[in-house]
Design a protein. Structure first.
Length: 118
């Protein structure tokens, strides 16, 4: 079993920054991938960013490359998403996710709302 708890969402003006955090309580090997997805109103959930255990070679959606940075602190079982130069189209509920292997996420957080005003 596992539990993911996100924090850090909020309302920000376009061009501003936010940092999301997600603390994971996953009772399994610590060798897992952690990442972020988002879902805007009326749209499907989409991939945002992912990092593996080492933190090397993170992956990003093209829409956030150069603006968002994912990082993790394994000692704290926490993954972060630093979001800079935010745009109104970044408005969505952001979900933390953990994958135990190469497949889709095994655990999801409850989501945190990010709203970017123009």
């Amino acid at each position: 079993q596992g539990q993911l708890v996100e924090s850090g969402g909020g309302l920000v003006q376009a061009g501003g920054s936010l940092r999301l955090s997600c603390v994971a309580s996953v009772r399994t090997s610590s060798l897992y991938n952690m990442g972020w997805f988002r879902q805007a109103p009326g749209k499907e959930r989409e991939f945002v960013a992912e990092t593996n255990w080492s933190g090397r070679n993170p992956r990003y959606a093209d829409s956030v490359k150069g603006r968002f940075t994912i990082s993790r602190d394994n000692a704290k079982n926490t993954v972060y998403l630093q979001m800079n130069m935010l745009k109104p189209e970044d408005t969505a509920v952001y979900y933390c996710a953990v994958s135990l292997g190469a497949g889709p996420p095994d655990y999801w957080g409850q989501g945190t709302q990010v709203t970017v005003s123009s």
